[in-house]
Design a protein around this ligand. Sequence first.
Ligand SMILES: [Ca+2]
Length: 342
Amino acid sequence: MKNTIKLLLIIVLMTGCSLIEDDAANSSEQPEGEINSGNNNGNNGNSSNGENNANGAANSNNEASGEIKITISTVELVMMQIEGGTFIMGNPGTEPGGNFSETPQWQVTLTKGFYMGKYEVTQGQYQAVMGVNPSKFAGNVNRPVEQVTWFDAIEFCNKLSVMTELTPVYTITGRTPATGYPITSAAVTANWNANGYRLPTEAEWEYACRAGTTTAFNWGTNFISSDQANYDASYVDEYNTVAGTYRQTTTAVGTFAPNAWGLYDMHGNVFEWCWDWFGSYPTTAQSDYRGHDDGAYRVIRGGSWLDYEATTLRSAFRGNNGPNSYNSNNYNIIGFRVVRNK
Ligand SMILES: [Ca+2]
């Protein structure tokens, strides 16, 4: 497959103007990414050039914004530039429906910036990298991939790294099955200094989801509607104050408005695998926290098209699932998005 796929890395850096403005953005020092795929004058080059260019732009102008576009065959992957920073993670204790694992809040510092997928990984991207599309809701390559195990997502990251001539982050041994999908078990270790693709840590995910906000949702509000995200809005609760639409399926990524940092579908559509084992939060401030050393379940974040309680879409909500799970109760609710170090 590798020989048939021509990779083109396009670096797009745009400065001086922003197409995304809202109150949440104004409350944050985070440089914003831009959404303007039709206006790219990108240079062909390798990934290290991209990193240098991106960093250079950020250093030269605090207002700089940037995104990296990678074309895999005919499929584009867009990464948003996220600066490092410090934030308060978790539920302040006042959010209805929160569970004990979200509290108490604690301070997390991310000492380094990173790039994060602007969208959930799509079925088209997954097909281009893995050669298969396991999704139940097929028929539109721009819908998020689902029915992928945590191990499948890990292998996707490594394959994409190899295809783009980056250093894979993960070492995968004892893969079961030896070939094919879904992968239901493996031993996985991470080289956090590698420049390849990886899953976000749970802290990176919540930091990027919040985009400077401290409210239940990343629009700076404590309410949500089906005009803002894909979930089961047919039930009224503390957050979904007016009954709305239940679409009963995934929607194409980018259907709804992004958060202040240009990330789409952080609330709803599909849950997103994170690196971390699920477990209790630390009680003291941490830097670059990567979760527990072991566990039974991996963290999933953001809620899904199926969720009938809007509480599960909150920025602070913590879901979890077995890393071998890809079709939980015949529900097709878990996908992922990728990050890579800056
Ligand atoms: Ca999502």
